[in-house]
Design a protein around this ligand. Structure first.
Ligand code: PLP
Length: 391
């Protein structure tokens, strides 16, 4: 008798397909306005398109050095100095990967052993769940609480123990729009130093900040430079999510294993796009100022729409999402709400449950993404006017 064929590994069976990307597929199917996936629907800067063409014409079409194009690593080091004031050695402290996504999973697979605990602030960007499973880490959630999504420092302190290997911080935060303030970052840093725990910080929204909010990069705090892996990417800052270029910055001792894992996962990020990334990373200050202003305008419009339909939200301090409490709308769950929205109203958003572990509030939220051109945001507003509470 033939043996039964096993389709999925035990590891792959432990997590679901991405809910965010699934919502984008449903948006297409129902011709809905897509406010689900976190990608801009507007063009990237023209000089970046030209830079990609130039790179391919200049024959930058073969494998780059596995840990990244030298010119891009130098540009990242210069930008890190310019914005964070810290010196990074591009030869030994930067690994360019296929997006922040690969940088995060390569970092976790390189630095975490099966059974090690990793502290994750909840709600969290959905990839950190599968990243933990793939690296064998045991996630330990620390709750952030609405309306400001602050956390209890005592609860955080209780989460640290001898098994803790890392804490993942994402600031500005997806999905809540929270920007961790200095006091919060210092509290985390103090615990990392006390317990000899790594901070893995996902800072891909560092330039999308509102009002007077300041981005604090963990590696700049006293004592944290060598205890931090800083993850970043071209995707959000330069509106090129499809390029798949991101990076991890860490001490040479941490970088060595990250580079090994990265090499055998992907060999390298696309070479011409890495080279074009030099133009992106070298954009002048005015680019960042305009980016901020444009996102402030998009946030204003999105929040006015939410006010109009009566959905409560936390005012985002950064990133490009509005995380909304839909518990007063009379739907059974976040999934029920998002299905109604995509099929009957014609707007796709992400059910909040995908950003939580087993929190009791996990089905009370949905995420609206506002990295969209004016026409998309106004089309969504028109449709959302039909949204009614269920009695
Ligand atoms: N990290 C966070 C917090 C994100 O929101 C996203 C995308 O939405 C990513 C990482 C993925 O980044 P990349 O496109 O560089 O892989």
């Amino acid at each position: 008798m033939n043996k039964t064929f096993k389709h999925a590994s035990a590891r792959a069976s432990l997590f679901q397909e991405s809910v965010i990307r699934e919502m984008s597929r449903l948006a297409l199917q129902h011709k809905a306005v897509n406010l689900a996936q976190g990608l801009p629907d507007f063009a990237c800067p023209a000089e970046l398109k030209e830079a990609v063409t130039r790179a391919t014409l200049d024959n930058v079409n073969q494998y780059a050095i596995t840990w990244g194009d030298k010119l891009l690593r130098q540009a990242i080091a210069e930008k890190t100095k310019r914005f964070q004031g810290i010196d990074i050695d591009p030869e030994s402290e930067i690994t360019v990967c296929c997006g922040a996504t690969e940088a995060m999973v390569a970092t976790m697979m390189a630095l975490i052993d099966p059974g090690d605990e990793v502290i994750v602030f909840e709600p969290f960007y959905e990839n950190y769940g599968p990243d933990s499973i793939l690296s064998g880490a045991v996630p330990r959630y620390v709750r952030m609480r609405a309306p400001d999504w602050s956390f209890d420092e005592a609860e955080l302190a209780r989460a640290f123990n001898d098994k803790t290997r890392a804490v993942i911080i994402n600031t500005p935060h997806n999905p809540t729009g929270k920007v961790f303030n200095r006091q919060e970052m210092q509290a985390i840093a103090a615990l990392c130093q006390k317990w000899g725990v790594l901070a893995i910080t996902d800072e891909i929204y560092e330039h999308i900040l509102f009002d007077d909010n300041e981005h604090i990069s963990m590696a700049t705090l006293p004592g944290m430079r060598d205890l931090t892996v800083t993850i970043n990417s071209l995707s959000k800052t330069y509106s090129v999510t499809g390029w798949r270029v991101g990076w991890a910055i860490a001490s040479p001792e941490l970088t060595l294993p990250i580079r090994k894992v990265h090499d055998f996962l992907t060999v390298g990020a696309p070479a011409p796009l890495q080279r074009a990334g030099v133009t992106a990373v070298n954009m002048p200050q005015v680019y960042y100022d305009e980016l901020k202003q444009e996102y402030a305008d998009r946030r204003k419009y999105m929040l006015e729409t939410l006010d109009m339909i009566g959905v409560p939200y936390t005012n985002p301090q950064g990133a490009y999402y509005a995380f909304c409490d839909i518990s007063s709308f009379g739907f059974k769950s976040d999934l029920d709400f998002t299905k109604h929205l995509v099929k009957d109203i014609g707007v796709a958003v992400v059910p909040g449950g995908s950003f939580f572990g087993d929190s009791p509030i996990k089905h009370n939220y949905v995420r609206f993404c506002f990295s969209r051109q004016d026409e998309t945001l106004s089309a969504a507003r028109e449709r959302l006017k039909d949204l009614k509470k269920r009695s």
